[in-house]
Design a protein around this ligand. Structure first.
Ligand code: M6R
Length: 612
């Protein structure tokens, strides 16, 4: 939530900052702003609404400063408005700050600063930061070149909550200071210039060399240098990491929207995530993991914890781990899990799934499991993301950057990776079964079958045009298809704003069937041959009550029974969600387009949920 960018170099900062903000806009789009140092004074230009509004601000083209910070906001404290937009300055106009996160004790700090004569002009929690820095700056009697750094360090020691902060100071026009706690921030190293961003894709076109920052570390950036300090201001050494993603992977590449591009990238994402080493003949291996038979046999339970779509991918993981490895596996929403005193101990393995690796609730749940003595394993799409740095073990999906708020290729990559993880466990446990070798064969055939499934696009677009004005749409499924129904329903809600529900097909008659009335659209997923008959009976129940039915299936069923049937390729039930979700991703996409909505940036949402 919220995106921040920074630049210090020899070029004009403002176009670089605005370009970075445009790429980070999926993190929040309530307001945008930039601050640069112009002729030894701080300048701030900001406005409510989208980043593009900055282009129309008077004087924006006249900015020549080569150091600057920028912000795109997802509002938490204070409504979206110009005065609540970042950057924020202190009263003396010496410091300018952008912040991503929430300062939980801002009221207490605000009262303290008010008592010390400071005045506040916004309703944000952020405005305490520049004023607090100023408070410590003024109290410092030394005027050496570390005064700015000491003031930031002292201010940050008073902050509770989460923050990624960039600060510039008019007295230090050749330095920028950044720090973080529980909110993402990366530093991109260039030639005579350095970049800051909330995430890697936003600045990939400038550099592939990144420094990753741990909580409470402070960084002083100049044009030629990046100096790191720990929280007590002891200097520390860091190496850069080279990121393999290429710059075009963060571009639309001729597609109308990132979401559509990402849907079509799924064959590649799945191929890359399966990896070149995976084959039918040899045992699965993960370079990053060293689990033993003794450890896996000692487990009382596996927990899979995540949020949103990542949690639905976890349901596919539960299905595979329980069926292949016979280890009891529970899936939970991170925001609930962490507050319900979960039964976790050193005999529990806790797996956390997060595309961004920055989701606050998922990270907090991971920390809790570590405290309780469990081993923790993160599945993320972002190398070096916070979650991977907290976990005992990390493995990666190789989906490439996912920019659209609605997750598509990350979901299918998570499903494949956790399925391969369950094969890895089964092989360590010496579970000899035909199921495992068949599954391996079917996994290798998946990319081709995804390509085939994508060819259904036109039929789906045509169906979407018929139902885009509906008020409610229901999704049904049994077994693993129910997990897909949940994900399909979430996708539809978030980008089309159509009310939608998903139910286990057999549960309908216990209440929800009361909602079924004439002409309502009910979409059913039916890929498990052991459950087809039962699901068909449930669909009949809604047809009898006047529902229009769409069925996504790989089974041979009587097509005349339903209003519309979409046949997808047959595959192994463990990985069927990867194929059955594709028509439903496209369905949500086309409905959203038909309604003229912003597919990539749905209202009220942000890609990376770094607040709890
Ligand atoms: O980055 P994460 O995987 O941790 O994000 C989790 C959810 O916020 C995310 O999957 C969200 O539900 C998506 N917008 C769904 O499309």
């Amino acid at each position: 939530m919220c995106g921040i960018v920074g630049y210090i170099g020899t070029k004009k900062a403002s176009p670089i900052l605005i370009n970075g903000l445009i790429r980070l806009e999926y993190r929040g789009y309530d307001s945008a702003g930039i601050s640069t140092i112009e002729k030894e004074e701080l300048s701030i230009m900001k406005d409510k609404g989208r980043v593009k509004n900055l282009y129309h601000l008077k004087g924006i083209d006249d900015l020549t400063g080569t150091i600057g910070i920028a912000h795109t906001r997802w509002a938490t404290h204070g409504k979206p408005s110009k005065e609540n937009s970042h950057p924020h300055m202190d009263n003396s106009k010496t410091f300018s700050v952008v912040h991503n996160g929430i300062i939980e004790n801002y009221n207490e700090l605000r009262n303290f600063l008010t008592d010390n004569g400071y005045i506040f002009y916004s309703q944000t929690d952020t405005e305490v930061i520049p004023n607090l820095v100023h408070y410590y700056y003024e109290k410092d009697e030394k005027t050496d070149n570390l005064r700015f750094l000491r003031a930031v360090k002292n201010a940050c020691s008073d902050l509770k909550g989460s923050f990624a902060i960039e600060i510039i100071c008019k007295d230090y026009p050749d330095n920028m200071i950044v720090t973080r706690k529980d909110s993402p921030l990366v530093i991109g190293k260039g030639e005579n210039e350095n970049y800051i961003s909330s995430d890697i894709p936003a600045i990939l076109s400038f550099t592939r060399n990144f420094y990753l920052l741990n909580d409470f570390e402070l960084v002083v950036l100049s044009r030629n240098n990046v100096v790191f300090y720990d929280k007590d201001l002891n200097p520390i050494e860091k190496d850069t990491k080279t990121i393999e993603w290429n710059a075009s992977s963060a571009e639309k590449d001729g597609y109308e929207d990132f979401m559509l591009k990402e849907i079509y990238e799924q064959p590649t994402a799945i191929r890359e995530t399966i990896g070149a080493k995976f084959n039918e003949e040899t045992k699965c291996e993960f370079d990053e993991l060293n689990f033993t038979k003794e450890y896996l046999s000692s487990l009382n339970k596996i927990y899979i914890v995540a949020c949103g779509t990542a949690m639905y991918a976890g349901l596919a993981g539960k299905n595979a781990i329980e069926k292949l490895c016979k280890i009891p596996t529970e899936v939970d929403v991170a925001s609930e899990f962490r507050y319900r005193d979960p039964l976790v101990d050193d005999k529990t393995l806790c797996i956390f799934i997060s595309q961004s690796g920055e989701t606050a609730d998922t990270i907090a749940a991971l920390k809790l499991c570590k405290e309780k003595g469990a081993k923790t394993l993160a599945i993320s799409n972002v190398i070096g993301s916070s979650i991977t740095r907290e976990a005992d073990y990390s493995i990666y999906t190789h989906a490439g950057p996912e920019i659209a708020v609605a997750s598509t290729k990350a979901y299918t990559s998570q499903v494949i990776l956790i399925t391969i993880l369950s094969i890895y466990f089964a092989e360590i446990l010496d579970i000899e079964c035909e199921k495992v070798s068949l599954l391996k064969r079917d996994i290798l055939q998946l990319p081709k079958k995804i390509e085939e499934t994508l060819k259904l696009s036109e039929v789906i677009e045509e169906f979407s045009k018929k139902v885009y004005q509906e008020k409610d749409i229901f999704f049904l499924g049994r077994g693993i298809d129910e997990a897909v129904a949940k994900e399909a329903s979430l996708k539809l809600k978030e980008i089309s704003y159509i009310h939608s529900e998903s139910y286990p097909a057999g549960e309908l008659k216990h209440g929800p069937i009361a909602l079924i009335e004439n002409d309502i659209t009910v979409i059913s997923i039916m890929t498990d041959n052991t459950l087809v008959e039962k699901t068909i009976s449930n669909i009949q129940e809604v047809i009898t009550r006047g529902a229009k039915t769409l069925v996504i299936t790989n089974q041979n069923v009587d097509e005349d029974m339903f209003d519309r049937i979409i046949k997808i390729p047959e595959t192994n039930p463990f990985v069927s969600p990867i194929l059955s979700i594709i028509p439903l991703q496209l369905f949500s996409y086309y409905i959203s387009k038909e309604k003229g909505l912003d597919v990539d940036k749905p209202r009220n949402l942000a890609k990376s949920v770094t607040v709890e």
